[in-house]
Structures are given as structure tokens and as C-alpha cells.
Ligand binder design. Structure first.
Ligand code: NI
Length: 270
């Protein structure tokens, strides 16, 4: 019982941090709740590098302590990412999706940058239960951020924001009026939000047992060592799950869909 309380406290801290970076998520959440909807989270996504000190495990350990169990893994060849998802036995708790950039596959520039950044983090920070919400534990210049982004938008996002939720995801199945992804997308767009259209606005299909869409991350002002610059922050995602042959809702992810959704934090001016 106490464990669940500690976990829900951690998830609440994560939601607050995420809404601070992505006020649009809070506004869309409010749009839904004011129309009588109860918003549950399908999953929360975290990003990291596969450095021995920072890999998926470093972010997963706090969740495992609170009862989460590793369920499946995913490979994103082109983006050089590897990911795992974790589920909690209590089904209304969000899945945790953690991805990592595979450093052995990127340039020496990114490898060397990450090695230097890692030195700035104290071991206590990594061991903390709140590592998933500690923010950026290192100094970063906008110049280096931009250089990293040319090779990997993903690497540049982690370098700029550190460790914090990249996105929360609305569980569409738990909605009443907006239980259909197309109806929900239309409501969100009609309220002035831009959806990620890479690979179509709806990623996945009923046949793949998962349909997903997401907003494009809005640009937010971030303080770098060489000034304050506006860069893409976090996005809000929406997931509708469909039943497998046994009648149970599919709980995994679809790599080809997630591959496109990663692009929701890409810079749009390039
Ligand atoms: Ni996601």
C-alpha cells in the first residue's frame, strides 16, 4: 500500500515537471476533463544513452522497486535506439517506456560528449528514486546542442533536457466521448494544436492492435551556457489499444509507429 503511495507520488512529480515543460499537455488534459472525461495514462516515456552508468536500467530501477516488471523490448535501427517497456500489476498504472541511444553506433563526437556529460552526474543522483525527474545534471551550450542535433535529434534532446518525462500518453480506451482516435485528433486539432503527421496522423492500425497519435512538441525557452534559446520540448501522445485473438487488449508497442513518434521532438526549422 505504502509502495503504491510512493509510486503515485513519483508519478505526480513527473506529471508536474512534464506540464511545466509542456503547458499544452495540461491544456489538452483540461479540455478532456472539463468535458467529463477521466484521463488515465497509457504510458510515460523516458529517454537516455546506453552508457554503462545511464542505460535503461538506471531509469527502470525505481519503477522496478515499486513493482514494475520488464515486458518487451524494441529496436529502432535507423535512429540507433533500443527500448524496453515495463508494466505494473495494477492495470490502471501507466506503462513505462524507456529508450536509449546506442552509443557504439554513433559518431565519436556524440560518444565523447556523453562521456564528458556523465562525469558531471553524482552517483547519488543516479541512485535516487527521482533520477527519472532530475532534469539536466550538466551544463550545455546551444552550440553543442545544435551540433548534436545534426546527427541525432534524440541525442540533442537528452543533452538539453536531461532525465525527465519525454511524454505522457492519454489512454483513449478509458475515454467515453473521445474513445475513437480520429474523433480525439479532430477535437485536438480544432483547438489549435499541431499533430505529428510523419507517417500519417494515426500511426499503427487495428490490425497491429495499437493506434497512436501525438502533438508536435512546442518550442520552449531553454537556458544554455551561451544564452537562452527556443527549442522543441515535450509532446502529448494518445494511444488506443485493440484486442488480441484472446480478447485481451494488446499492451505492447509497435516499433514502426514509435519510430515516427520519436520525431515529435524534431526541430521544424531545418
Ligand atoms: Ni509513446
Amino acid at each position: 500500500m505504502n509502495e503504491i503511495r510512493q509510486l503515485t507520488d513519483l508519478l505526480a512529480v513527473m506529471w508536474t515537471d512534464y506540464c511545466d515543460l509542456n503547458p499544452a499537455a495540461r491544456r489538452i488534459y483540461d479540455l478532456l476533463t472539463t468535458q467529463g472525461e477521466t484521463v488515465l495514462n497509457d504510458h510515460i516515456a523516458l529517454r537516455t544513452f546506453n552508457h554503462p552508468k545511464l542505460g535503461i536500467k538506471s531509469l527502470a530501477k525505481a519503477f522496478e522497486k515499486y513493482g514494475y516488471v520488464e515486458k518487451a523490448d524494441y529496436v529502432f535501427k535507423e535512429k540507433k535506439l533500443y527500448a524496453k517497456h515495463y508494466e505494473h500489476p495494477q492495470a490502471d498504472l501507466p506503462k513505462i517506456f524507456i529508450s536509449e541511444l546506442e552509443l557504439e553506433k554513433v559518431s565519436p563526437l556524440i560518444q565523447d560528449t556523453v562521456s564528458k556529460l556523465v562525469e558531471k552526474i553524482s552517483p547519488d543522483q543516479i541512485l535516487s528514486d527521482q533520477f527519472s525527474v532530475c532534469g539536466r545534471p550538466w551544463e550545455m551550450s546551444h552550440e553543442l546542442y545544435s551540433t548534436l542535433a545534426k546527427e541525432s535529434e534524440y541525442a540533442s534532446w537528452v543533452a538539453a533536457f536531461g532525465f525527465r518525462p519525454n511524454h505522457f500518453t492519454v489512454n483513449i480506451n478509458a475515454l467515453k466521448k473521445f474513445n475513437d482516435i480520429h474523433v480525439l485528433n479532430q477535437m485536438i486539432e480544432s483547438n489549435g494544436y499541431v499533430l505529428n503527421s510523419s507517417g500519417g496522423k494515426v500511426k499503427g492500425s487495428v490490425l497491429e492492435h495499437l493506434e497512436q497519435s501525438s502533438t508536435m512538441a512546442e518550442e520552449i525557452a531553454v537556458k544554455f551556457s551561451d544564452g537562452t534559446f527556443k527549442i522543441p520540448g515535450c509532446y502529448y501522445e494518445f494511444a488506443k489499444r485493440h484486442p488480441l485473438a484472446d480478447g485481451k487488449l494488446y499492451q505492447g508497442f509497435v516499433a514502426t509507429s514509435a519510430d515516427k513518434i520519436f520525431e515529435s521532438t524534431n526541430r521544424r526549422s531545418i
